[in-house]
Design a binder for this molecule. Structure first.
Ligand code: PLP
Length: 296
């Protein structure tokens, strides 16, 4: 039986070089212990950022890409720059401490800390991954939901933090519940001006002929680590890869489509708003086998 979730608490001094050389930047704590203050702004306002990193065969995947995105999210929220060397060590230590399972994950969290303290709080924890066999093989039914912001929100309204991986995921969870009310499993967000964006916890990727495409950057969406890895694989397989401003019509006309993310990897879309979509089982299986084998 896999061990309980493990927690690594990073010392509050997260700024680069801020922790004394003789003091470790992090320590393991018992997840049952009270480690987070009720006054922490991460808990009271969702004011913080996170990353979820796949761990395959004990090895964190796309670690540098995740760390880069973590630092970018911190900058967007005016949080102190995380000490990436300390986080890298903590993530690896957490990954190694999880009981050996083929698939696990480590989640990192950085908050603005206890109100008024000015000292951020950081921690990470790890656990074995849920079983996503059904999502990866049978596929998922999605609904298109209006995100209520234009596709250029990142440029016009940076204070909305679109494109940062903030802790405020209540909206993303609410969108998935709306999908379930509509007899679906997941969501593809569309901007108020009709541009297809991303899932609540995933990047949209679709294939048209020999091209593997994604809605791209600058749209107030996350720069996906799984999408980046998938495109590396696709290029090796002889496909062209690229970004395209995607409309719902373009998506519906695709030969196949996926929501891709860390931990769940590539989940083929088998229906959009109740309309069946072809699942490319062989392509999906090959992509997921490759993603699972990644060791970096
Ligand atoms: N978009 C959003 C909003 C996400 O929350 C996530 C991951 O959780 C992704 C995209 C996919 O990113 P990654 O492939 O790096 O997990």
């Amino acid at each position: 039986v896999p061990r309980e979730i493990l927690t690594v608490l990073i010392r509050p001094s997260l700024e680069a070089g801020a922790h004394a050389v003789d003091a470790p930047a992090f320590r393991f704590v018992d997840p049952a212990d009270a480690v987070l203050s009720a006054l922490d702004l991460g808990a009271t306002r969702g004011d913080g950022i996170f990353e979820t990193i796949s761990v395959a065969g004990g090895s964190p995947q796309a670690l540098e890409h995740h760390l880069t995105r973590f630092a970018r999210s911190a900058a967007m929220l005016d949080l102190p720059a995380p000490d990436l060397d300390a986080w890298r060590d903590a993530i690896r230590a957490t990954a190694e401490a999880i009981d050996p399972v083929p698939e696990a994950f480590v989640k990192t969290v950085l908050t603005r800390g206890i109100e008024g303290s000015g000292i951020p709080t950081g921690w990470c924890y790890g656990a074995p991954s849920p079983d996503f066999t059904h999502e990866r093989t049978v596929g998922i039914r999605v609904v298109l939901l209006d995100r209520g912001v234009r596709h250029d929100v990142e440029r016009t309204s940076p204070w909305l933090l679109a494109g940062a991986k903030t802790l405020s995921y209540a909206v993303n969870r609410a969108a998935v519940r709306e999908a379930q009310r509509r007899d679906a499993d997941d969501v593809v967000f569309v901007s108020s001006d009709g541009i297809v964006l991303e899932g609540p916890t995933s990047t949209l990727v679709y294939r048209r002929g020999d091209a593997l495409l994604t809605p791209g950057v600058g749209l107030g969406i996350l720069d996906g680590t799984t999408q980046a890895n998938l495109f590396r694989w696709a290029a090796r397989e002889g496909l062209t890869t690229g970004f395209e401003l995607t409309t719902p019509e373009i998506l519906r006309a695709a030969d196949a489509a996926w929501l891709v993310s860390s931990v769940r990897y590539a989940a083929p879309i088998r229906a959009i708003d109740g309309e069946p979509m072809t699942v490319d089982a062989a392509f999906t299986a090959a992509a997921n086998a490759w993603l699972l084998e990644l060791r970096d």
